[in-house]
Design a protein around this ligand. Structure first.
Ligand code: SAH
Ligand code: SF4
Ligand code: F3S
Length: 472
């Protein structure tokens, strides 16, 4: 007779885990990994904080608005937690991510009912933190100081994380690089994420294979400076992002590769060549420039000027003429004049963007720019942002209009809002809505674009016997 041991999920009631994620894709990735770490403890993801046994806020510190959200959300969660404890239940409340890293002590002071506070590099230690936090009763914990881990451990969390278990989906994120050594004067990331670090190639390849086995057909490689990636391959040789992409492109089942976010200074020849030669690498690059004024770029400590940026764009476009570009812009950096701002608009006109993100400069505590004189008035920031966004919206609409009548491969990611509709992405990262049979979900299909909108496209399936799934 075969004796079957029950799996943990068979012998305990699953506990409910709710994670709310703010900020960038790296936080989205981290949240998925936290769920992986907590799965062996019996926690299963749930869609709302109501009734959850554990709630994690994975926070972002990049702009003031982002971090202030955390405290208002904590206020709401406190009421939920109180209700649960009042009825004899329990809810472990944790704050993770970049606000936790930057303001761990302040969170404990302003919100003492939070049980666990931990930074982006410490979440592999979650099981131990949960055990420590739940040792005391819910009532005793309420008064206590809670668990705090905002260290930058010497060990890499990636060496301790379990395999990707819960991350289904046709398009998956995979962090390959973390941290930043560039210290732009406006930015908190070097302080919240720590120094630049690249994962070794074999470790990334293993995780990519796991994701493919779970259904991923597209993987987006993530890093705060993803093109600064330099990891060791099986032979111990160092490879750049281009080399890593070639390695992953050879994995059976992986049809599309993307990466984000890049720094203009790290756009090396190996990566440019990958855009020319690797069919699986999608023709879309997010290359933040922040400003079109050399004076402001210098004050930002960006370590590149406008010419360097334009040169990087030219090299990429020579390698891949149909490349779609996106960028990040900051308006109202301290000392930005009308002429500096006009130079940013000129750069946008000269480059031509398919998509972009833009922000008002937000002074962040502890960053050098926050202490600079000549802070730009809010009203001026508002006017400049509106003008910049109008130009970018016009470019994005023009870019989408240019797709009309063209056909390209769309990877269907999810059902659309209307019955019988699927939504996928074009090679150029545009959302495409198509009336299509549900069995095309998670597959590539050739689509002809019939309508264009400011933020998405509509198209129709191109009838063909069997679409083998060329990457673009
Ligand atoms: N590593 C990337 C971007 C990281 S943060 C890079 O080097 O470009 C994402 C974007 O947030 C930045 O590109 C920038 O445009 C914006 N950002 C960062 N700090 C900001 C601040 N203090 N105020 C306004 N926007 C900011
Ligand atoms: Fe921030 Fe600059 Fe580093 Fe990007 S390169 S993460 S903007 S410091
Ligand atoms: Fe925000 Fe941290 Fe990402 S500050 S943008 S969550 S690296």
């Amino acid at each position: 007779m075969v004796h079957v041991h029950p799996r943990p999920s068979d012998c305990r009631l699953a506990k409910k885990l709710f994670i709310r994620t703010y900020g960038c894709q790296m936080n989205v990735y981290d949240s998925a990994r936290m769920a992986d770490v907590l799965a062996p403890l019996g926690y299963a993801p749930t869609a709302t904080p109501q009734g959850a046994d554990m709630v994690i806020l994975n926070t972002c510190h990049i702009r003031e608005k982002a971090s202030e959200k955390v405290y208002s959300e904590l206020g709401r969660l406190r009421r939920l937690k109180d209700e649960r404890t009042a009825t004899g239940g329990d809810m472990v409340l944790a704050v993770a991510g970049c606000v936790a890293q930057a303001e761990g002590e302040e969170i404990r002071r302003r919100a003492p009912y939070v049980d666990i506070v931990f930074g982006p590099q410490a979440y592999h230690r979650l099981p131990e933190m949960v055990a420590r936090a739940t040792r005391a009763s819910a009532a005793a914990r309420h008064a206590g100081p809670g668990v705090l881990d905002t260290s930058f451990p010497v060990e890499s969390k990636f060496d301790y994380l379990p395999g990707a278990s819960g991350r289904q989906g046709v398009s998956a994120f995979l962090s390959v690089q973390e941290g930043c050594d560039k210290f732009c004067t406006f930015c908190v990331v070097p302080y919240t994420r720590g120094a630049e670090f690249s994962r070794p190639v074999p470790q990334i390849a293993t995780e990519a294979r796991d994701l493919i086995a779970l259904g991923a057909r597209e993987i987006t490689l993530l890093g705060q400076n993803v093109n600064a990636y330099h990891g060791a391959d099986e032979q111990g040789r160092e490879v750049g992002l281009g080399g890593l992409i070639r390695h992953l492109a050879a994995l059976p089942g992986l049809q599309r590769i993307r990466y984000t976010t890049s720094h203009p200074r790290d756009m090396d020849d190996g990566l440019v060549a990958a855009h020319r030669e690797v069919a699986e690498l999608m023709p879309y690059v997010h290359l933040p420039v922040q400003s079109g004024s050399d004076r402001i770029l210098a004050a930002m400590n960006r370590k590149h000027d406008v010419d360097d940026y334009r040169h990087a764009v030219d090299r990429l476009r020579r390698a891949r003429p149909d490349l779609a570009l996106s960028s990040d812009f900051i308006v109202g950096f301290p000392g930005e004049t009308a002429a500096d701002f006009a130079a940013t608009l000129d750069l946008i006109r000269a480059v031509g963007y398919a998509q972009a993100y833009s922000f008002k400069y937000s002074p962040r505590p502890g960053t050098p720019a926050a202490a600079l004189p000549n802070q730009v008035p809010e009203a001026t920031k508002g006017e400049r942002l509106a003008a910049l966004q109008a130009l970018l919206a016009e470019q994005q609409q023009g870019y989408n209009d240019a797709a009309l009548g063209r056909s390209f491969a769309v990877l269907f990611e999810r059902p659309g809002r209307h019955a019988g509709q699927l939504v996928g992405r074009s090679p150029y990262n545009q959302a495409v809505h198509v009336t299509a049979p549900q069995d095309l979900l998670c597959k590539l299909a050739l689509v002809r674009i019939t309508h264009s909108k400011s933020h998405s496209l509509e198209g129709a399936l191109v009838k063909q016997p069997a679409f083998a799934g060329a990457a673009t």
